[in-house]
Design a protein around this ligand. Structure first.
Ligand code: ADP
Ligand code: MG
Length: 302
């Protein structure tokens, strides 16, 4: 596992920003944290990047705990904070050399800086000061900075916010390229961005993960009001499950675990229970999302 979060909570004074968040992210996944403003995306990312301790729970990165081995974690994580704070008076190359210094790259500095300039498409711009660059190019500098120490995990907090449509496409393309070789977690409140860049989406609202699914299912997530996750003792007939009234679609998550997307406001669990009984199956687990996804999507698109 690249990144695991187990029962993470974060409390700021009276405010609970994260509430019992758990997930596992495998090597090479490109995952979106999708949620409205204030959902807790930045807080979660700061905790993974070791910039903020959680109030409870544990995070590991490549097997190292953020609380006990922060240096090992920082070596393996590249982090592009929200609003990409940069030293605008510094020259691009000078800034990247400075970033390399933070990670004590020593004799590798020169070659790493050159590779990053090449990789992020800064070849025509690296002689300028950061303040003279367009927002899109500043974002490339931010990415180059995050990648300078060749981390295994890249954390990008709203990497395309404030970019014009062309810049946005270029940065997304760059993230897709990088995502072929690294584990990437990016935050966004734009559904199209998830579809363009990520292969998995975790929907977060008010500090809780409301849904976690492959990107291909985002349209289903958007349409559904409830998701029921059910595990049987044997494979189920998906067509029969789909024929339950109110069910939009059924996806086999793994083994005998299914996600049932439902439009109805009524609780589907009794129906699923009857389905199991009439088919001679045993339910090993059954859980329903507590909050309406519809509401979360409405918040993000309004
Ligand atoms: P997002 O990135 O999804 O917009 P954040 O993680 O920034 O969400 O914030 C989650 C919640 O925590 C919000 O309600 C926000 O106001 C609150 N919060 C974030 N940072 C702080 C802080 N330093 N002090 C107090 N409250 C904070
Ligand atoms: Mg944020």
């Amino acid at each position: 596992m690249s990144v695991t979060a187990a029962n993470i909570t974060k409390v700021y004074g009276e405010q609970k920003a994260l509430d019992d968040v758990s997930f596992n992210i495998s090597d090479g996944e490109v995952v979106a944290l999708l949620g409205p403003n204030g959902a807790g995306k930045s807080t979660m990312m700061k905790i993974i990047a070791c910039f903020l301790p959680p109030s409870g729970g544990t995070v590991t990165v490549c097997g190292y705990h953020t609380s006990t081995h922060p240096l090992q974690v920082k070596k393996r994580v590249g982090y592009l904070p929200e609003n990409n704070p940069l030293y605008t008076d510094m020259y691009v190359k000078e800034y990247l050399q400075f970033a390399a210094g933070v990670y004590k790259l020593g004799r590798q500095t020169r070659s790493r800086v050159e590779e990053m300039i090449e990789l992020t498409g800064l070849t025509g711009e690296y002689r300028k000061t950061i303040g003279k660059l367009s927002k899109g190019y500043r974002q490339r500098v931010g990415l180059a900075q995050a990648l300078i120490h060749d981390p295994e995990v890249l954390i990008l907090d709203e990497p395309t916010s404030g970019l014009d449509p062309n810049q946005l496409m270029e940065i997304r393309q760059l993230i897709r390229e990088i995502g072929k070789k690294k584990t990437v977690i990016l935050s966004t409140h734009i559904m199209q961005e998830v579809e363009a860049v990520c292969n998995r989406v975790m929907i977060i609202s008010r500090g809780k993960i409301m849904a976690d699914a492959p990107t291909g299912e985002i349209r289903l997530l958007n349409k559904a009001r409830h998701i029921v996750r059910v595990e049987f003792d044997r494979p189920a007939d998906i067509l029969k499950l789909k024929s339950i009234r109110g069910v939009i679609d059924v996806v086999n998550e793994q083994g005998c675990l299914y996600r049932v997307y439902a439009e109805t406001n009524t609780d589907l669990r009794p129906e699923i229970f009857r389905f199991a009984v009439s088919n001679g199956m045993v339910i090993l687990s059954l859980a329903q999302q507590e909050e309406k996804l519809e509401e979360i999507f409405r918040q993000m698109t309004s």
